[in-house]
Design a protein around this ligand. Structure first.
Ligand code: NDP
Length: 328
């Protein structure tokens, strides 16, 4: 087996020195377990938080342990009557090629036509469900409202904007660079996409002349600073993530929250795992939209487990274009 372990805890930006590639014998499976050959590993911004030893909604990865992460793969051996060799399953099985998984820790993939297994790590998996919860339960946009989403070409943002569009909103994305912006408007069908590397305030004034009703926050930092004063009265902000700050230590000083009072804004953070029922709801809804040709996504595929650390480091700097997965 090959595994990537957490070797040291980074302060600020992680580097290759914080990870270790380990070779170990194949795990043996016990009663009710299956041996899974992982085929794709999901890389997600939340993993940066698991590298820190600080209080959060989830425990950190321990030093010397395998990095946490969701995988999809094939059952190669089974001592669980519910699974047979050849079944495709998904679960949080870590940055490794194989794992001995107790049956209750993996789920059979439904095998929707037109949906490759890796899509269960992205559009129909955790990031897609996050978008669904963030839009429908937290942001709750109404038809005709202006909905702005950051990191719009990414795993969560791309789906969030398409859901808001289906709900009848005018959808404006924010992304890094012309190529990502073009993809967001031309492929995903957003009404506009603004490049945060340019003068974002001026672009927002032009794209959202009446202000912003709902903001789906994925980034924080300078993007947030530009959005806040342009919110409309009684606007809502769904705090999904603030990836621009994940590598910044010490934490930067806080934003100017004057607009929250002046505009009577409602801000709410959320974590997708607190919404267990949403996963199946979104998986069904998203699959139906895919079958109807109404939902699009893009994957950024890194090759080989040994390249996972570099790909992950790049994710925190905007180097990915679409949902980042590693082909194992
Ligand atoms: P993405 O696929 O969107 O990749 C991250 C993107 O963030 C990059 O491509 C880049 O896009 C942008 N980014 C990275 N660094 C910076 C920076 N310094 N300044 C501005 N933009 C930056 O990731 P996900 O869709 O998986 O995640 C998006 C957000 O959602 C993250 O904040 C994540 O933590 C959060 N999240 C929250 C969950 C929850 O339950 N609350 C669950 C899942 C994700 P660009 O080049 O366009 O700027």
């Amino acid at each position: 087996n090959r595994r990537i372990l957490l070797k040291a805890r980074p302060t600020g930006r992680p580097g290759p020195e914080h990870f270790e590639l380990a070779e170990t014998p194949l795990p043996e499976i016990g009663k009710n377990e299956v041996l899974v050959r992982h085929r794709f590993l999901s890389l997600d911004p939340y993993m940066r938080g698991r590298m820190d030893d600080s209080a959060s909604y989830s425990a950190p990865v321990k030093l010397g342990e395998v990095m946490e992460g969701e995988c999809v793969g094939e059952v190669v051996e089974s001592r669980n009557p519910a699974f047979s060799p050849g079944d495709w399953v998904g679960g949080a099985r870590g940055w490794q090629l194989y794992s001995a998984a107790p049956g209750h820790t993996v789920q059979k993939l439904p095998g929707v036509e037109g949906v490759p297994p890796s899509a269960y790590l992205g559009v129909l998996g955790m990031p897609g469900t996050t978008a669904w919860v963030g839009v429908t339960e937290i942001g709750q946009p109404r038809p005709g409202e202006t909905f702005v989403v950051a990191a719009a070409s990414g795993a969560v943002g791309g789906v969030a904007g398409q859901i808001a569009k289906a709900m009848g909103c005018r959808v404006v994305g924010i992304a890094g660079g012309a190529e990502k912006c073009r993809y967001v408007t031309e492929e995903l069908g957003f009404d506009a996409c603004l490049d945060h590397r340019g003068d974002l305030g001026a672009q927002l004034d032009e794209a959202c002349p009446g202000g912003i009703d709902v903001y789906f926050e994925n980034v924080g930092g300078a993007v947030q600073e530009a959005v806040f004063p342009r919110m409309r009265d009684f606007g809502r902000i769904a705090f999904c993530g603030m990836v621009a700050g994940y590598n910044v230590r010490p934490l930067p000083p806080g934003p100017n929250l004057t607009s929250v009072v002046r505009k009577r804004l409602r801000l709410q953070g959320f974590i997708v795992s607190d919404h267990p029922r949403a996963w199946a709801t979104w998986r069904e809804r998203g699959a139906a939209w895919i079958r109807a040709g109404k939902l699009r996504w893009k994957e950024d595929v890194a090759e080989g487990l040994e390249n996972a650390p570099d790909a992950f480091i790049g994710l925190l700097e905007g180097k990915n274009f679409g949902k980042l997965v590693v082909k194992l």
